[in-house]
Design a binder for this molecule. Structure first.
Ligand SMILES: [Fe+2]
Length: 258
C-alpha cells in the first residue's frame, strides 16, 4: 500500500502517494509548485526525484497541468493526462481561453493575498500516457481513472478502491465548510451526470485539489449537496466572470450543438 503526503501548492493542494520504491503525484499543480515537490521528495520523504514515476494532470488548467511540463522536462517524469486534454486550448480561440485561465489563476492568488509566483505554462501538454474512462494508471494499477466531464470536457478523477480513497480534482471543491462545484461548470448536464456516476463508489477519504483531505462516512450526502449547488447555477459573485469562459473550441462546438 501507500501513504498520502500532502503538498501545499500555490493555489491548490497536491498529493504524493508514496509506495515502497515509487511515488505517484496527484495531480501536477502549477509550474511554480515544482520546487515545493522537489523539497518534499528530498527533505520530508528522503527520496530521489527518480522515484517519482508518474504525474497526473486531471485537466488542462494552470493549477493542474502547469507543473507537468516542468516535471517532465526537468526530471523526465512521465505525464498521464486525459486523451482529449489538448483539444481544450486548441487553435486561436483556445489560445485566448488559455490566457484567460492563466490570468484567472493570478486573480485567485491575489484574492487570497498570496505573493506573486510565475505560473505561465504552455497550452499544449506532452502526454506520455493518454487516459480514458476506466483505465488504470500505468505503474500504479491500483488507481482507477474516472472520466468526469463538466468543468471541462475532459476532467478525470482518481479512485483507489482498496483504501476507499477518491481524488476529486476540480469536481468537488470545499470552500470554508461548504462543498461547491468548480468555476466554471462549462457543461452542466454532464457535470450532474459525473457527480451521479461517483455514487457507485465507496469513499471514506476524499482528497480535494481545493479543500484538502476529509474523512467521510456519508459520501452520498456530499454528492447531494453538489447536485443542489450545480442546479443553483453561477454564484452571484462569479457572474461577471461568466463572460470569460466559452472560448475553448470544445465549448463553442458544444454550445452550437445544444
Ligand atoms: Fe480547473
Amino acid at each position: 500500500m501507500f501513504t498520502i503526503h500532502v503538498v501545499d501548492g500555490f493555489i491548490e493542494t497536491l498529493y504524493l502517494a508514496v509506495y515502497k520504491e515509487k511515488v505517484l503525484l496527484i495531480d501536477s499543480g502549477c509550474r511554480s509548485d515544482v520546487p515545493r515537490i522537489e523539497q518534499v521528495m528530498k527533505r520530508r520523504l528522503k527520496r530521489p526525484m527518480s522515484q517519482l514515476k508518474l504525474t497526473v494532470a486531471s485537466h488542462t488548467h494552470p493549477d493542474h497541468a502547469g507543473g507537468a511540463h516542468t516535471l517532465r522536462s526537468r526530471h523526465a517524469v512521465p505525464v498521464a493526462a486525459p486523451e482529449e486534454i489538448n483539444r481544450w486550448y486548441a487553435g486561436f480561440s483556445g489560445g485566448i481561453q488559455h490566457k484567460i485561465d492563466t490570468l484567472l489563476g493570478y486573480v485567485v492568488a491575489k484574492a487570497m493575498n498570496y505573493p506573486f509566483e510565475w505560473i505561465w505554462y504552455k497550452k499544449q501538454l506532452t502526454v506520455d500516457h493518454p487516459l480514458k474512462d476506466g483505465d488504470r494508471l500505468p505503474g500504479f494499477e491500483d488507481w482507477q481513472v474516472i472520466a468526469t466531464p463538466g468543468h471541462t470536457a475532459h476532467d478525470v478523477v482518481l479512485y483507489h478502491a482498496q483504501s476507499r480513497t477518491l481524488y476529486a480534482a476540480d469536481v468537488i471543491l470545499k470552500v470554508g465548510n461548504s462543498f461547491r462545484p468548480p468555476f466554471p461548470v462549462s457543461m452542466r448536464p454532464e457535470m450532474r451526470r459525473s457527480i451521479d456516476k461517483l455514487r457507485n463508489l465507496e469513499v471514506d477519504h476524499l482528497l480535494m485539489a481545493h479543500g484538502g483531505v476529509i474523512k467521510t462516512d456519508d459520501f452520498p450526502a456530499i454528492l447531494d449537496i453538489m447536485l443542489k449547488e450545480i442546479d443553483k447555477g453561477v454564484p452571484p459573485g462569479l457572474k461577471r466572470l461568466k463572460k470569460l469562459e466559452g472560448f475553448s473550441p470544445v465549448v463553442r462546438q458544444y454550445n452550437k450543438n445544444k
